[in-house]
Design a protein around this ligand. Sequence first.
Ligand SMILES: [Zn+2]
Length: 352
Amino acid sequence: MEEIDGGVWSIPVPIPGSPLRYVLSYAIATPLGPIVVDPGWPGEAGWASLSAGLELAGWSVTDVQGVLLTHSHTDHQGLALRVREATGCWVGMHELDARVLAGYADGSRVHDCNATWIPQCGVPSGAETTAILMDADAMMAACGVIPDRLIDDGESIRVGGRSITAIWTPGHTPGHLCFALEDEGLLLGGDHLLPRISSHVGGYLIDESDPLGDFLSSLGKIVARVAPADVEILPGHEYRFRGIEERAGIVRDHHIDRLREAFAAVAEVTASTAWDVASRVSWARGWEETKGGLRRLALSETVAHLRWLAVRGLLVQTGRNPTVWSVRSNDLTGIEARIRAEVERSRGTAIR
Ligand SMILES: [Zn+2]
């Protein structure tokens, strides 16, 4: 727990059993009471940490005026419903992530993932599929909040004379928002850009979306917006940091490496599914040790890279059952330069 200049408190809220250990919830002081950004993972331990943090800062949970959500992931939004029930405050988020939550709450999104997306990725049926199925009951229980306010790109949220600007940064999720406190030189960055680990980029549509393209555009957008003023980033995990331009460059290089690797894995054989490619590229803990939900995330990240290459004509994508990826030519000469040039272009492109 830490008081940051500018009337902002950072409150770590535990995520049980996660290597990330905690999500950073932020309380922004206003004369009426605090605005809480990302209240954290649901459950008693999280609730106790959030309540104790607010009390240390001089409030009680019932003082909360509103909850802003950077995105729909459970570690960020899971406690929003409980905070609203305790206070009657509003909950605000971007419409695209509100739709994601609604899809988990009615079971349709879990069904799409398990019944359509997993086979489309070419996951072998049987034990391999069973091991990565999404748990409908768990998602339904964690995603029950329906926002009271839909927050648009560029919208200014005003509470008690305080102004918070929302910046739409899709990629980690389709409706991810960062929140800028412009007068204070602070950016609440959610999971868009973390200081040490690269945030997950994925999504469950193979045919229409381009999450990595969106992510790279968002990265360019946020750097252009905050780098000149050397804004301090208050991320959703790890620790606060400055130097967004340098950090964004490292993350961009990481994706260029992964794109090159995914391309090379496809070029090795005639045609590959996303599953084939995921099992051939490198993972922090190795593919065999990447299990369960982590393996599903790895697969989704692989799809994001394959899809990025296909949208830009570097790979050919065919079929739906499963979707198969191939190269136009298995000549690897110059591929890294082509990828780099396209990444540079993504960086300056407006988000679709
Ligand atoms: Zn997170």
